[in-house]
Design a protein around this ligand. Structure first.
Ligand SMILES: O=C(O)c1cc(=O)[nH]c(=O)n1[C@@H]1O[C@H](COP(=O)(O)O)[C@@H](O)[C@H]1O
Length: 274
């Protein structure tokens, strides 16, 4: 999917919401456990209830890998379901990969070719040759961690090297990499006060922003400096939407939670259009 197609979908749905499909069998409604594939059944119902409100879905692969081959099959069925029924929706494999070049090339193959995700999250720690293999795939996007939402972000990412914070080095350096036009970045919603500085370095790049909802990040705060002319933001919420109820109404309650965020986004987009 091209960035323009993503932007078109945002305007059409008046939403830049990404829903995280982080399925934990201990949190989903108990009656779904009787299904042959409870994870896929849960995802299918969440997707059906929310697809008009969200422009992206982000399964975090940890929640599938934790269940072995069965979990991997559920992930495969989920991405196939999305690609078949909602090809306009942007898909993110949240796998946080990155390794020496030939290994990264295989990770890229796994998520872009075998699974046919539109994008994958990667960690920048191993540098240019660990990320560039992902960038060579046309029409695919690589979402690199810049400033993460967790407390541990302050352990390394905000530390200064040669007078500049590490996350700024990550953003600046990556701009010189081959096919850097295929890069997006992760910036946590809990780090709203950093967005102005981040936009000075990457004024137009799309940012995946997790941390709204369960982690306490605020949509309006993020948008104040994060929003660009082409929107440039995908706001993710996982637990705050998919586990809002664990009763038989879990999908309709999830849709209600998604709609609350989407309505706020529509107001922000309408104000931008004028
Ligand atoms: O790359 C991510 O998506 C990510 C980066 C980050 O800095 N913080 C973060 O929470 N995430 C992911 O975003 C999702 C957040 O989930 P909730 O806190 O339940 O909304 C999880 O899948 C996290 O692994």
């Amino acid at each position: 999917m091209t960035t323009q197609q993503l932007v078109d979908q945002i305007w059409k749905k008046k939403s830049f919401l990404c829903i995280g499909l982080d399925v934990d069998l201990t949190k989903i409604p108990a009656y779904l456990l009787e299904e042959e594939d409870p994870i896929f059944e849960f995802n299918k119902r969440i997707i059906e209830a929310t697809q008009h409100l969200a422009v992206a879905y982000k399964p975090n692969t940890a929640f599938y890998e934790a269940y072995g081959i069965k979990g991997w099959k559920s992930l495969e069925k989920t991405i196939q379901y999305l690609n078949t029924n909602y090809p306009e929706i942007f898909t993110i494999a949240d796998a946080k990969r990155g390794d020496i070049g030939n290994t990264s090339a295989m990770y890229a193959k796994a998520f872009f070719e075998d699974m046919e995700f539109d994008s994958v999250t990667v960690a920048p720690y191993m540098g240019k040759d660990s990320v560039e293999p992902f960038l060579t795939f046309e029409g695919k996007h690589t979402i690199m961690l810049a400033l993460t939402s967790n407390q541990g972000a302050f352990d390394f990412q905000t530390k200064s090297i040669e007078g500049k914070e590490v996350y700024k080095h990550v953003l600046e350096t990556s701009k010189s990499w081959k096919h850097s036009e295929n890069l997006m970045y992760v910036v946590g919603a809990t780090k709203a006060e950093y967005f102005a500085d981040i936009r000075k370095i990457v004024p137009n790049s799309f940012l995946l922003v997790p941390g709204v909802g369960a982690q306490g990040g605020n949509l309006q705060e993020v948008c104040k400096f994060g929003l660009t002319d082409q929107i440039g933001l995908l706001i993710n919420s996982s637990r705050g939407i998919i586990y809002a109820s664990n009763g038989t109404d879990f999908d309709t309650v999830a849709a209600k939670k998604a709609a609350e965020l989407q309505r706020q986004m529509a107001v922000i987009l309408d104000a931008k259009k004028v």
